[in-house]
Design a protein around this ligand. Sequence first.
Ligand SMILES: Cc1cc2nc3c(=O)[nH]c(=O)nc-3n(C[C@H](O)[C@H](O)[C@H](O)COP(=O)(O)OP(=O)(O)OC[C@H]3O[C@@H](n4cnc5c(N)ncnc54)[C@H](O)[C@@H]3O)c2cc1C
Length: 403
Amino acid sequence: MTGLPTTDAPANQIEGTNMTTNTPHHPIAIIGAGLGGLTMAAVLHANGITAPLFELEAGRNVRTQGGMLDIHDDTGQKALQAAGLFDQFTKLVHVGGESQRVLDHHGTVLFENKEVDGFTRPEIDRGHLRDLLLDALPDGAVHWGCRVIAVRPLEEPVGRHEVTLANGQSFTTDLLVGADGAWSKVRALVSDALPAYTGISFIEGDLEEADERHPDQAVVMGPGMLFALGGGAGIIGHRETDGSLHFYLGHHAEEGWIDSVDFTDTEAGKAAALGVLDGWAPELRGLVANADAALTPRRIHALPPIHTWDRTPGVTLLGDAAHLMSPFAGEGANLAMYDGYQLAFAIAANPGDTEKAVAEYEAELFPRAQVSATDSADSLVTLFSDGAAQTLATTFDGYYRQR
Ligand SMILES: Cc1cc2nc3c(=O)[nH]c(=O)nc-3n(C[C@H](O)[C@H](O)[C@H](O)COP(=O)(O)OP(=O)(O)OC[C@H]3O[C@@H](n4cnc5c(N)ncnc54)[C@H](O)[C@@H]3O)c2cc1C
């Protein structure tokens, strides 16, 4: 699928009310206003098609969107082009943020590239990217504070679903799009698969005003991205556009390990994290020791790398709902955006025939997701194995020599 069609909106794009039940009806309804759902809505909007999003969060600013994302030229950037947002995106990227350094846990630099072309995988604040997509949508497109608690197929017409919200409201739709992330409610309509714990737990932290307040950590992080790996653990971090440092400390842990530590107690959380970094260089341990607030723990889950389902009329999935994977291939957000673009594209290209559109979309979704999910699972093993730092340094070195 390449390029975008120049069709008028399909004839069935009419919002309304079900005459017999008085329930609101939406031809297309997107559950979840994450990067995938928002991209789908933005590309549909660019093609003259309106689709409401139903999002459990109460508003766009209720939660800080932490971390940086590198947006790939073959997926995320294509989606932004299709939404007509690429030029605005280029003004938001973190210049220099693409540079990478790989260190072992003693602090020895094994790979470093300061000179990068800046547009193969430019970095952007997750929050800036989300705002870009939200601002592209018409007022009222996102229905905030709408947690979906139940979805069910209606007997007729075939493919129509009823969606129930926690606030007691409900609506029907002819195309229910599950863009509702890892713990998707919509997924159960097409698949029994559930995310499983990967065996890796993350501890996340931030250091504000790093150059002034934490110069040793600012130096060890470098201008872009840091991978410090060793002894079955790893720190993956970024310098952010506001001069802060954000890091994820990942390590092998029992599923219950996070519950054994009181991470709301800043000192207890730091002590547990520093325990993971026994024998590490002081400047790397300093990322944890000097973090500015309580650390945030997170278990990393994934769906099976091969996750497909039989075509089910009137419903489909995108993004993490379809193919949750560990973050070690850096693909999840990019794929969610690309899925959203591809589904919107297919709908615009098949006016009046969403079933054909969804079948085309899913035929390309499954193999695409499988490749990335397999890469991601392989990377998880590599990054937390003996000799991980040297392996990654050699991989990066080979990659940049070829370009
Ligand atoms: C630590 C970490 C680092 C990562 N780093 C990268 C990276 O560098 N690059 C990259 O490409 N990817 C990265 N990822 C993966 C990426 O964050 C996800 O793949 C991406 O956010 C998925 O987007 P999505 O829209 O599918 O889902 P989400 O972003 O999870 O959005 C789903 C939305 O649905 C809403 N929702 C959920 N349930 C309901 C409900 N019942 N009713 C209504 N709304 C609901 C949620 O509130 C949310 O807004 C990382 C992930 C993690 C955990």
